[in-house]
Design a protein around this ligand. Structure first.
Ligand code: FES
Ligand code: FES
Length: 158
């Protein structure tokens, strides 16, 4: 099937098998290997990307479903002229990763939370509960959420 998808701000046209997973499309067709694949059945969260701004498990999504939609991967997180975005800086500061396998998915979930009209720490913590990390013990990740969303909490508290 022919699909047209906006990926990281670029329009991509491809022929894909109807059964092609979004994760495989991104990694094998487009070479965007920052999206990792762990469990391949929606449990670990490593494959999370943004679809029209919402966090989505790309291993549970078909590439053909993305036609006419906008997909954003971890490769697009860093603002122009910078090395890391604010969440990545906080990850480094709080030692929130070791092997890094789970990290792209967590970054994308937190990016989705930042995009919400009224971001808050509780929702951000809920979003990272859907990710499995086998290295860090989660404390560092929790510290990242607390730092990044503290300001949002203050702004959104009436
Ligand atoms: S690879 Fe998609 S949730 Fe684990
Ligand atoms: S940093 Fe290794 S799995 Fe999370």
């Amino acid at each position: 099937m022919r699909i047209t998808v906006e990926v990281n701000g670029l329009t991509r046209e491809s022929n894909v098998e109807p059964r092609t997973l979004l994760s495989d499309y991104l990694r094998h067709e487009l070479g965007l290997t920052g999206t990792h694949v762990g469990c391949e059945h929606g449990v670990c969260g490593a494959c999370t990307v943004l679809v029209d701004g919402e966090a989505v498990r790309s291993c549970l999504t078909l590439a053909v479903q993305m036609s006419g939609r906008s997909v954003r991967t971890v490769e697009d997180l860093v603002p122009p002229g910078q090395d890391l975005n604010d969440i990545q800086v906080a990850f480094r500061k709080h030692h929130a990763l070791q092997c890094g396998f789970c990290t792209p998915g967590i970054l994308m979930s937190l990016a989705a939370e930042q995009n919400r009209p009224a971001p808050c720490r509780a929702d951000a913590l809920d979003s990272v509960r859907g990710h499995i990390c086998r290295c860090t013990g989660y404390r560092g990740i929790k510290r990242v959420v607390e730092e990044i969303f503290a300001e949002s909490d203050a702004e959104n508290t009436p």
